[in-house]
Design a protein around this ligand. Sequence first.
Ligand code: IMP
Length: 403
Amino acid sequence: MSGIQSSLGPVTSVIGAQWGDEGKGKIVDILASEYDVIARACGGANAGHTIVVEGEKHVFHLMPSGCLHEGKQIVLGSGLVIHLPTLMKEIETLEGHGISILDRLHISNAAHIVFDYHKEVDGALEESRPQPIGTTKRGIGPAYMDKAARTGVRMERLGKDLSKEMQSRVSSIKKIYGVDVDVETELKNIAEAQEKIGHCIIDTVAYLSEARTTGKSILIEGAQAVLLDIDHGTYPFVTSSSTTLAGALQGLGLPPMCVTSCIGVAKAYCTRVGEGVFDTEAEGGAQERLRERGGEYGSTTGRPRRTGWLNIDQLNIANATNGFTHWNVTKLDVLDEEEVIPVMINGKLEELAGWKSNTAGITSFDKLPESAQAYIKRIEAETGVSVGFIGTGPGREEMITRT
Ligand code: IMP
């Protein structure tokens, strides 16, 4: 064990503590170099992570952010729902950058396939709701509906002849949702995927178990975030999977007691994309200022994100369901211009002092302005969890590490 891993231990999880888009990709990217296996557990192409490496932006939806690290083993676990053309495109992007992936990608045979028609159904369901959820329209909900109804198609069936089954779905989907299924395209996508990734489909539970018991380290990359959890989030404005640490362990088939650390990732402020409650949503100029300074536009849909202030009560709820060992507070520098910074604590919006100076790129806690240090210490005092990592800019190196 070396570097940060010596304090985090061999099985570390990174979990979003707000409504997603906290910037989990960056801490994963930093940690990935120290872990052998990087595993994604749940969700699908509704996620979108942007990573900046040497000034170049990479956006992925299915692949974990850690995939950029050559030589690391990548696992897509059983809890995932996988849209095959999206996965093919991401593999092509990696290969286009000279990063080989097919020799180190392990996809669960129990993960479910998202078909194009799931996306259409997602759109149709949204239109039929009195109050739409504002989904990413990536077919996530409908794919999990099929999974729960036990009518889903799992990755293990990629090499089988699915033409009859697909044909029989056509009429029922048309009848229920008014959506046409392009069977030819769906079958073509399956055939292309089988050719390219057929050899990557394995029993990932056995793979992870073997890795763990032979001393390999595992980094679990959570997707979405706690407040979007199907059970513990702001239902019904949530996603369709379990986004907590427990959900990730279930999605990967890892035993709960193996986890050695769990990093909760929270922005220094808060954003939400899609509909639903947002108690600390900013108004007027502040909403716009946070959006522009933080570049708050959805990486999957391009939608402008709703922006607002940190809600420490929600961080406490997120901690209650995950048991974080550390926080990673991201994008602290986005608050640099604020005179005062409202923060929700015990149901009240309290105004903390801003620092009105540049923190971008600072890599040592002592160099932060006093009010910025006080801001971080307040998070620690109110949650009882230490802030081990503080993001001060988009680059991999713009991070204060305090483990
Ligand atoms: P779905 O997951 O596409 O069904 O969308 C359900 C809700 O979760 C919507 O409010 C989405 O905007 C939100 N959502 C899903 N994935 C993400 C994500 O990765 N980041 C932020 N919001 C997300």
